[in-house]
Ligand binder design. Structure first.
Ligand code: CMP
Length: 140
């Protein structure tokens, strides 16, 4: 298995409830290393661009409003099989379907306020990381 990098967002519902440490404890316990991290307040334009693939979906406007409703923590995670591993640690998008012990099962409030985002493929991980981080900000 190869060492990979994936992109993570701790969403506004997580920062609002002071859960970033608890969520990152699960990420680190899974063997993933946080190699870049910053707390930002996304602009509407940043959220629209980041979630551009969902532009035609009915939930797009609400998603952008939610993601700009408070600070988020954007981060790069590194480890063996990091993309699939982080998706496993997060659990299903809808917390109602998430497995016990996962981030979304334990912390998510709803399918929208689901505490964490993670890249769904190596291709998207590279795009998402490059959108928020310069190479020199990633320290492995
Ligand atoms: P995320 O992994 O950040 O990618 C897109 C987000 O859209 C997703 O997590 C959900 O939080 C949000 N979302 C809101 N409604 C839906 C829905 N009906 N189906 C899928 N994603 C949704």
């Amino acid at each position: 298995m190869a060492t990979e990098r994936t992109f993570s967002i701790l969403k506004p519902d997580a920062t609002r409830r002071n859960l970033t440490g608890a969520i990152n404890a699960k990420i680190e316990a899974a063997g993933l290393r946080i190699v870049a991290q910053k707390r930002i307040h996304m602009t509407t334009q940043q959220a629209e661009t980041f979630y551009g693939v969902h532009r035609e979906r009915g939930f797009f406007r609400d998603l952008v409003t939610f993601m700009t409703s408070g600070p988020v923590v954007v981060q790069v995670l590194e480890g063996e099989n990091a993309i699939a591993k982080y998706r496993e640690v997060m659990g299903a998008t809808n917390p109602a379907n998430a497995a016990p012990g996962t981030i979304r099962k334990e912390f998510a409030e709803s399918i929208e306020a689901n505490s964490a985002h993670g890249s769904d493929s190596a291709e998207n991980a590279a795009i998402e990381i490059a959108y928020f981080f310069a190479g020199c900000e990633i320290v492995g």
